[in-house]
Design a protein around this ligand. Structure first.
Ligand code: GLP
Length: 243
């Protein structure tokens, strides 16, 4: 595991965007695994800026997002489908036929999960997976649990996650209680993984996830076993670690 210390959120975002840019330049038809949340927004902004300058071409890139709320229509401005278009896809020359996100509008959880596993398998797996990390160590929406989920699964969101995400909704009652998420097994099968994490509030979980024991109680801790993980963390997020 490579841990890169960034000065602040902007520095973290630029470094992450540099790594994604290199991936797109080296393999123009690569599969990018993408994430939502506030952590990657700066990375997407930077990539858009470089695309607008003419440095990047996304025309052949394919994407597979980590997760989606169950039961939220795509048109809802809090759906991850909407988030990705708003923060990234609408601003670059990506082919919309090449974008994949679990189908939150599919009520049959078993079908939604099996379909998404098939989609990711048909893409040939993920070349570079971008990840944020929740305060409880969740990646995608894989919440702390007794086991590491292999494939796409339907999860009950933890109270702390609902609490953390309520800022995006009019009230806490509107936050969906379930989500479909790519499993830990699928995330771990990505060729490369890039984690972005920032802020003092993430410092305790950074220490636990990347320096503590590997346990499904801290889902991100499994990343310590992946052969090609880069964590880009700002000074605040690293403030409890001795590097
Ligand atoms: C969300 C997403 C995750 C994300 C995490 C952290 O609930 N499902 O994919 O990594 O929480 O979010 P943030 O980056 O806003 O702290």
């Amino acid at each position: 595991m490579r841990i890169i210390a960034a000065k602040d959120y902007n520095d973290m975002s630029r470094k992450a965007a540099n790594i994604i840019s290199a991936q797109v330049i080296l393999k123009p038809d690569c599969v990018l695994g993408l994430a939502t949340g506030s952590s990657p927004i700066g990375t997407y902004k930077q990539l858009i800026e470089w695309y607008k300058k003419g440095d990047l071409d996304f025309s052949q890139v394919k994407t597979a997002n980590l997760d989606e709320y169950r039961g939220l229509p795509k048109s809802n401005d809090q759906s991850y489908d909407y988030f990705m278009k708003d923060n990234f896809f609408n601003h670059i020359n990506i082919n919309f036929d090449n974008l994949h996100i679990p189908d939150g509008e599919e009520p049959d959880a078993e079908k939604a999960c099996a379909d998404y596993d098939r989609i990711v398998a048909d893409l040939g797996g993920v070349d570079l997976q971008l990840l944020g990390m929740g305060h409880n160590g969740h990646i995608g929406f894989n919440e702390p649990s007794d086991v590491f989920a292999k494939g796409t699964n339907c999860v009950d969101l933890q109270e702390s996650t609902i609490e953390a995400n309520k800022r995006f909704f009019a009230s806490i009652d509107e936050v969906p209680r379930q989500a479909y998420t790519m499993g830990i097994g699928t995330i771990m099968s990505a060729k490369k993984i890039l984690v972005v994490v920032s802020g003092k509030d993430k410092a305790p979980i950074v220490k636990k996830a990347f320096f503590g024991p590997i346990t499904p109680r801290v889902p991100a801790s499994i990343l310590q076993l992946h052969p090609d993980v880069t964590v880009i963390a700002d000074a605040d997020a690293l403030s409890e670690c001795e590097l």
